[in-house]
Design a protein around this ligand. Structure first.
Ligand SMILES: Cc1cc2nc3c(=O)[nH]c(=O)nc-3n(C[C@H](O)[C@H](O)[C@H](O)COP(=O)(O)OP(=O)(O)OC[C@H]3O[C@@H](n4cnc5c(N)ncnc54)[C@H](O)[C@@H]3O)c2cc1C
Length: 592
């Protein structure tokens, strides 16, 4: 049995105490979004996750999706859960009010998203992709397309997809073959075959709106000849209801390692009618709006799964009895002590906990930045926030999803053989978490994005939005020994940054060889910064905490664990980066 109750106390800590939600909502012009309002929404979202989504997680995995006569049937309970999801307005939480959304801050929206990923990752993908599609349409669609599609997508009546991948091109989308031919009425005929399309066909909504990348007739070769089109499953009629069936069909569903209740489809576009979104040949610009939103969301998927893995493992470790504590029996009345007494089990639990809480804190910081980028009144603040989000997007995507898998596996270990068999649902978490490292741009590609694009952008301007606050914090707390590990790790990050910047000018393969280690190094420093700040907050609150003292003490201990046992990995990463590409690139291809 998977154990999940929304970590409301920690979420409130991150939003209100660490990232000062009161000042934040004032800055984004939403002072009416009070702490009480946010807390009550979190509480309801937590109940929805535990009561509605969690109970169909393991059964959804067992049953999977089925393709019947071109229609995909989701597992038992999914249609009903989706109806409740839409009725409660969960999909519209942070969407624009203009199109029927609730316009609430992302700092709240991302917490709710995390809960859905924790309780049922497969389910979360359906509304998650729709949310990304609405952002893209809002940013790049014509007024007519927005008016016609956005309200239905935001209220969940219609869902969205992103259709990029083809059998011969995943990472290298410049090789795309799908075609778009202009029609006299301004629309396009889309032809081609896409694979691996999440939520490409299902029975949750009355219509599905595909955002499809294709190449217009006569377009330039490569990625600069790719455009984006909106292709609905049913073309809306004059009343805005699903009308004529469009030429897009689901030819197969993929049989995969995990995420079995999420329909991963093969779609065939046969003279399907579509409309251009954004400018001709600039499809990647529009798609990046969706991909960036999705990359942050996929990072939160990793975090969400790791939280459930943690709660489940902590529950089991207190229940399962094996052996005696090394310091002497703790429960002499029982046949053995619970396994939580063993240092190695503690090591696993503390590691998962420290990463999960650190990632939540970082996710909260990035979410405030998402709000500022669209809602701050000062243009400079908006630009700074945009720079920070751009820098952190690959870090959140790759770090959180690598951790999602590593930590679920570590939590499974706490169950021993009982984690490997299906009964407890731990192996599902490991299988589900694995895909997050691959889709939305495999994690190796995220690392290249960080090193090749984000790091050098505008002469290091993006980096400043991260380096300056860390530097300022370290200087302000120079006398505090607890901040020393962060200062050492930050120094390693600065040296690695300068080293890669110099080496990559001489040899781009050096940057490629360093990329993944550099991303982890930056990610660890970001988590170290979050933990050091969290410790400061906890320390200040503890004397007056009364009933909450246990929470703040645990924060301080977990912060110490992170600084002692996890942050020092930055030293090894910097060594690996310094070693360069030589031993990695030397062997001839034939030697492999
Ligand atoms: C369950 C699931 C759901 C998905 N959902 C969607 C969806 O909704 N829409 C959609 O369009 N796609 C979707 N995908 C596709 C997914 O985004 C791709 O699988 C992914 O982008 C990688 O592409 P690929 O599989 O072709 O791998 P490849 O591009 O062949 O890459 C293979 C490996 O080589 C590495 N690599 C490739 N090029 C480079 C390079 N230049 N430098 C360094 N390393 C490199 C990659 O990191 C990867 O590890 C989904 C896939 C799955 C399995």
């Amino acid at each position: 049995m998977q154990v999940y109750n929304a970590p409301l106390r920690d979420m409130r800590f991150v939003m209100h105490e660490l990232h000062n939600s009161a000042a934040h909502v004032a800055e984004i012009g939403q002072p009416d979004v009070t702490e009480e309002l946010m807390d009550s929404i979190l509480e309801e979202a937590g109940k929805f996750a535990t009561d509605v989504l969690l109970p169909i997680n393991a059964s959804g995995d067992e049953e999977g999706c089925r393709l019947e006569n071109g229609v995909v049937r989701t597992p038992k309970g999914f249609v009903e859960a989706y109806r409740k999801f839409c009725e409660a307005g969960w999909g519209a939480l942070s969407s624009p009010v203009e199109y029927g959304g609730q316009g609430l801050p992302e700092v709240l929206g991302k917490m709710v998203e995390e809960m859905q990923c924790s309780a049922n990752l497969s389910f979360g993908l359906y509304p998650g992709l729709t949310h990304g599609a609405t952002l893209t349409l809002e940013g790049h669609g014509t007024e007519e397309l927005k008016r016609r599609y956005l309200p239905k997508m935001i209220d969940g009546t219609w869902s969205g997809t992103m259709c990029l991948t083809e059998a011969h091109c995943g990472t290298d989308l410049g090789m795309m073959r799908s075609k778009a031919s202009p029609q006299a009425d301004g629309s396009y005929k889309i032809n081609g075959a896409k694979i691996f399309i999440s939520a490409g066909e299902h029975d949750l909504t009355e219509n599905i709106v595909h955002l499809v990348l294709a190449r217009m007739d006569g377009a330039p070769k490569g990625i600069k000849g790719v455009s984006m089109f909106l292709v609905p499953k049913f073309i809306p009629n004059d009343e805005g209801r699903p009308g004529a069936r469009n030429g897009v069909t689901c030819t197969a569903i993929e049989h995969k390692m995990g995420l079995k209740a999420s329909a991963t489809t093969q779609l065939y576009f046969d003279d399907a009618t579509g409309w251009l979104v954004g400018e001709a040949h600039k499809g990647m610009r529009a798609m990046f709006t969706m991909m960036n939103a999705e990359r942050l969301s996929v990072g939160i998927q990793g975090l969400g799964v790791a939280e459930t893995a943690y709660q489940s493992a902590a529950f089991y470790a207190k229940d399962r009895i094996q052996g005696r504590a090394l310091s002497g029996a703790r429960h002499p009345d029982r046949a053995a002590d619970p396994i939580i007494v063993h240092p190695d089990v503690r090591r696993s639990l503390m590691t998962v906990r420290a990463y999960v809480e650190g990632c939540r804190a970082l996710s909260g910081w990035v979410a405030t930045s998402l709000d500022l980028e669209s809602k701050a009144s000062d243009p400079q603040r908006r630009q700074e926030a945009e720079d920070f989000t751009a820098l952190m997007t690959p870090v959140v995507k790759a770090l959180f999803t690598d951790l999602g898998f590593e930590l679920s596996s570590m939590a499974l270990q706490v169950y021993g053989g009982h984690g490997y068999i299906r009964d407890h649902g731990m192996e599902q978490l490991v299988r589900d978490a694995r895909i997050c490292m691959i889709y939305e741009g495999a994690n190796g590609i995220q690392a290249l994005d960080l090193v090749g694009r984000k790091m050098p952008a505008h002469m290091g301007r993006f980096l400043r939005q991260f380096f300056h606050p860390v530097q300022a914090f370290i200087e302000a707390n120079a006398a505090d020994p607890k901040v020393l590990p962060l200062a050492k790790s930050f120094a390693a990050l600065q040296q690695a940054t300068a080293h890669i910047a110099t080496m990559s000018l001489k040899d781009p393969e050096e940057a490629g060889a360093a990329a993944t280690d550099y991303l982890r190094l930056m990610g660890l420093v970001a988590l170290g910064f979050m933990w050091a700040k969290a410790a400061k907050v906890a320390e200040a609150k503890l004397p007056e905490a009364n009933g909450d003292a246990g929470f703040y003490k645990a924060k301080l201990t977990t912060a110490q664990f992170f600084a002692d046992r996890l942050l020092p990995q930055t030293g090894a990463l910097w060594s690996a980066i310094r070693a360069g590409k030589a031993s990695m690139m030397e062997l001839e291809e034939a030697a492999f």
